[in-house]
Design a protein around this ligand. Structure first.
Ligand SMILES: Nc1ncnc2c1ncn2[C@@H]1O[C@H](COP(=O)(O)OP(=O)(O)OP(=O)(O)O)[C@@H](O)[C@H]1O
Ligand SMILES: [Mg+2]
Length: 507
């Protein structure tokens, strides 16, 4: 079979790091090709090179057997290569169609040709079996639908090679199945897909070919039928596949966090959090399951103090914090691993040691009296780097220079090392490789045994079920079900999250 893409001997260096060291990757026409590897192995870098976002230092790129030079993404698009980034890049306030044509508006007599665009968009969507309404506002769409818009945007520009960087990280199992069906249809239509995924069972299910890279050269190219998930993990990290299973319960009677009748309104005065009450006890992990966009974000923001609440009370360790500001809540022992590390968790341009001080700068080791203690911050950052295996040349580099998974490890490390009483963890291991995931689970479990109360939100249902002592399901702003992680399956949980199981019970 002919190759759609061939990367030969790609080397890319950053200060202090060789991100890609003589990497080879050959993608056949019409295949789904997975790229696997540890955090920091160089996967995103390789994909950005193929999409023309950054030039390689060495090596050749072949598209349809011809050597090409990609000076920018528009060169890549002209050659039929499109990329969907892990952090969605859609404009919320625009419609699906406006988003799709943004940057390549079709013109007719000096005006944007909306009719032509709509017809073309519909034709593209239909030919690949992707259902979407061009006139929907993007902000009204669920995560899976947004992703579909990103994919349509790429196809609209004529892509025959699609690059998907960790597309399943944000999806619930039902949405993953839908994405995989879409990927199979695209493949049947002749497209080639390169995708990155840390969930090895998903990789084995969907990929025709798997290339494993380590920081450095390509390790192996294998067929899914020839390896088990275990062997694949060993190729990547050389370690055992971890399990998030929580063992003995450590739940106590002491209530760490009490939320009573909490209501949060959106700009249109609709209740996005609707009279929610819950308790998290010392030594307990309370999991909140829900499809993104059902009020979890607002619930978390109200608890951390970044979003005003309309009514209700919050009590942390017996103290009413309903009207306390963010700083006071943090000083009272609240730690927070945010949903979106790029928006809330990190100052991307600032060095790592400044990032670890974020939110903790009023206390040692970051403060000496009223002064910020730089040496203290550097030292703490070195400890986090060591304990949480943050791969970086040093702690002076800016946060944007870390790979996605290593950014997440830095955030978890800084929050866990603040000796918290209450941890609000949103997708704590999103984008983290299987080895590092095991370490994070162990950290949360150890802290739980010492009395940490945790409110866990995760789209990874195995993680949610494995770690939680109790799971509540959030749907349209309400807590609609309380489930026992010992008996619920990811599939059944997914049914509650999408409202299917609740609807069935009611009828
Ligand atoms: N702009 C940059 N400046 C400096 N170093 C960088 C830059 N981009 C990436 N790196 C480094 O290159 C290496 C590879 O990073 P890359 O993002 O490609 O990893 P990855 O395989 O995608 O990891 P993850 O699974 O965590 O997303 C890392 O060590 C990272 O710190
Ligand atoms: Mg990456």
């Amino acid at each position: 079979m002919a190759n759609a893409i061939e990367l030969i001997g790609i080397t890319k260096r950053f200060p202090g790091v060789i991100a890609n060291d003589n990497v080879n990757l050959a993608v056949e026409k019409g295949e789904i090709h997975a790229v696997c590897g540890e955090n920091g192995a160089g996967k995103s870098t390789l994909m950005k090179i193929l999409y023309g976002m950054q030039p390689p230092d060495e090596g050749r790129i072949l598209v349809n057997d011809e050597v090409v030079t990609l000076a920018s993404p528009s060169d890549a698009i002209d050659l039929g290569i499109g990329m969907v980034h892990q952090h969605f890049m859609l404009a919320d306030q625009l419609t699906v169609m406006e988003n799709v044509i943004l940057g390549s508006e079709p013109m007719k007599h000096g005006l944007i040709d909306f009719d032509g665009a709509r017809t073309h968009l519909k034709a593209v969507a239909e030919s690949y079996g992707l259902s979407i309404d061009p006139d929907d506002l993007v902000e009204s769409l669920e995560v899976g639908e947004r992703q579909r818009v990103e994919i349509i945007k790429v196809l609209y520009r004529g892509a025959e090679v699609l690059i998907l960087d960790e597309p399943t990280a944000v999806l619930v199992p039902q949405e993953v199945e839908e994405l995989f069906n879409n990927m199979r249809d695209l493949k049947a239509g002749g497209a080639s897909i390169i995708f990155i995924d840390h969930k090895l069972d998903e990789v084995l299910e969907i990929a025709d070919t798997i290339t494993v890279i380590r920081q450095g050269p390509t390790v192996a190219t294998v067929k899914p039928g020839d390896v088990t998930a275990h062997e694949l993990a060993e190729l990547m990290v050389g370690s055992e596949l971890p399990s998030p299973q929580t063992t003995a319960s450590t739940v106590t009677d002491e209530v760490t966090l009490e939320v009573e009748d909490l209501t949060v309104l959106d700009v249109d005065d609709r209740a996005v959090v609707d009279y929610v009450s819950l308790k998290v006890r010392r030594g307990e992990i309370l999991g909140i399951a829900g499809v993104e966009g059902n009020g979890q974000t607002e619930l978390i923001n109200a608890i951390t103090g970044t979003e005003p609440q309309a009514s209700g009370t919050l009590t942390l360790l017996g103290v009413d914090i309903t009207h306390a500001d963010v700083g006071t809540r943090r000083e009272a022992g609240l730690a927070y691993v945010p949903m979106d590390r790029h928006q809330e968790g990190l100052l991307l341009e600032a060095p790592l040691w400044e990032n670890t001080a974020l939110g903790h700068h009023t206390r040692p080791p970051f403060a000496k009296g009223i002064w910020f203690d730089r040496d203290g911050a550097r030292q703490r950052t070195e400890e986090i780097r060591r304990d949480f295996d943050v791969r970086t040349p040093n702690v002076e580099v800016p946060a944007h220079a870390l790979s996605g998974g290593n950014q997440q490890k830095l955030i978890i490390g800084k929050e866990m090392s603040s000796d918290p009483k209450l941890l609000i963890a949103a997708h704590p291991t999103r984008g983290i490789d299987v080895g590092a995931q095991a370490a994070v689970w162990q950290d949360i479990r150890d802290a739980r045994a010492k009395g940490l109360a945790t409110l866990l939100i995760s789209a990874d249902l195995d993680e949610l079920i494995g770690l939680s002592d109790t799971i509540v399901v959030m749907l349209r702003g309400r807590l609609v079900a309380t489930l026992d992680p010992a008996t619920i399956t990811p599939r059944d949980l997914g049914a509650y999250m999408t409202g299917v199981a609740v609807a069935q019970e009611a009828s």
